[in-house]
Write a protein that binds this ligand. Structure first.
Ligand code: PMP
Length: 425
């Protein structure tokens, strides 16, 4: 009976059931957005009275705000092991970070857009930006990590042999569908051997495992604050400076420029180049507070907690007749706390509505912004995803297992209908 490793806000919020009762909300959808840490809430409350314009004012609180913002940037970069020459750009979320980087991938020698290799297992955020802004090739993942890496190596080598080498390999740090990871050292070696850089989509990894750019050699990392126990609105792109300094400014406007004439603009380099407009100081402070808290926690204990909860979910769910857990790679070196499953005879949306209406449990259903993967694996109608984190209690996982078992054994107690594509009571 595990207690949360870190206190989060909103834990046990009374959730209304279809019959009018209320039960403590079990948030098993932390892979979508994690609740804020208590420590984050405290920091935001303390900072709220202190903000004023950033980078633009000589007044006392403007100076305080600028210091808070820039020290938050430093904390966030440090948390993910930024190298001395790396830039930490503060953006809105992972999607923003990857779109920004896509605009900075250098063109090939013949002036055509730079080539990017990406797997079909990715979240749309790590697929669509490359397809839109670069010359992207989408490689079909294989049934094992070993075979997938082999296919990646072969494709990278084929690009080089054809005189059209890849500039970048874009891969997930941990799948948002299965939680599985790829061996980062092998991914980096494969890319670097072929003269390509690596960007890691760290949205599902960074909140759950200590990650270091310096230690792994990964070139760029993108992640989101709202999945790392800070509120919405701030994420980061951290990595090598040269592409970012040479790239087209992501947002055009105030703060990104040294000087503007009517006939031309002298853009900044460094973070300011891509961060035009008034920045989200509170969001940066909140994410930095989350990073500090995660950095201070016993990583072994955190990992054991999440691993134990995940193992209990997998064992408990697989013991139920007709429940199937989605897996990508039997040889994945690590798996974070995400478990996606189907219940035979029940539509994913119906299962999710039942869990909420009859048990006060929040999960996600659908295709998880990973349509190519769900289609390839044969889950065209989607699946149900439960996910756990530092703020999850063992009792919440038990409730989910018992609720799915009750659905299979007895069926739902309420009547459900589909309204606007959603299952409702
Ligand atoms: N990548 C992965 C692996 C994700 O899980 C998510 C969020 N579901 C994203 C990218 C996109 O994150 P955001 O919506 O914060 O941009």
């Amino acid at each position: 009976d595990r207690a949360p490793v870190l206190p989060v806000l909103g834990h046990d919020t009374p959730a209304p059931l279809f019959d009018g009762r209320r039960v403590p909300y079990a948030n098993l959808d932390v892979a979508a957005s994690a609740p804020a840490l208590q420590a984050v809430g405290d920091r935001v409350t303390r900072t709220l009275p202190l903000y004023a314009s950033v980078h633009r004012g000589a007044g006392y609180l403007s100076q305080v705000s600028t210091t808070l913002y820039e020290s938050a940037r430093a904390t966030i970069g440090e948390f993910v092991g930024a190298r001395p020459d790396d830039l930490t750009l503060l953006v809105r979320h992972t999607t923003d970070a990857l779109n920004l980087l896509a605009g900075c991938v250098p063109a090939a020698a013949d002036g055509t857009p730079g080539r990017v290799l990406v797997l079909d297992v990715e979240h749309h955020a790590n697929l669509l930006p490359w397809q839109r802004a670069t010359d992207a090739t989408v490689l079909t993942g294989r049934g094992t990590v070993a075979a997938t890496l082999e296919a990646v190596r072969a494709e990278l080598a084929a690009g080089t042999a054809a005189g059209r080498g890849y500039a970048l390999l874009a891969v997930t740090g941990a799948s948002n569908v299965t939680g599985e990871t790829l061996p980062v050292a092998d991914v980096v070696a494969a890319a670097h051997d072929a003269g390509a850089r690596v960007v890691l989509d760290g949205a599902q990894l960074v909140p759950h495992r200590r990650f270091s750019l310096a230690a792994t050699g990964v070139d760029y990392l993108a992640f989101s604050g709202h999945k790392a126990y800070a509120p919405f609105g701030t994420g980061a792109l951290v990595g090598r400076r040269d592409w970012l300094d040479a790239g087209t400014p992501y947002l055009a406007g105030g703060g990104a420029v040294r000087s503007v004439r009517v006939d031309g603009t002298d853009w900044h380099d460094g973070p300011a180049r891509h961060e035009a407009g008034s920045p989200n100081v509170l969001g940066a402070v909140a994410l930095a507070a989350a990073c500090e808290t995660l950095a201070a926690v016993d990583t072994v204990a955190l990992r054991e907690h999440e691993d134990a909860l995940r193992a209990r979910l997998v064992d408990g769910l697989e013991a139920i007749d007709g429940v199937e857990v989605v897996r990508l790679w039997p040889d994945a070196p690590d798996t974070v706390g995400v478990v996606t499953f189907t219940v035979s005879g029940w539509e994913p949306g119906h299962v999710a509505a039942y869990l909420s209406a009859e048990h006060g449990i929040g999960v996600r259903d659908g295709r998880f912004c990973a349509h190519p993967l769900l289609t390839r694996l044969g889950y065209r109608a989607g699946a149900v995803r439960a996910s756990v984190g530092a703020g999850t209690a063992g009792e919440e996982v038990e409730r989910l297992v018992a609720a799915v078992a009750a659905l299979v054994a007895d069926g739902p107690r309420a009547d459900y209908a589909v309204v606007d594509g959603l299952w409702v009571v």
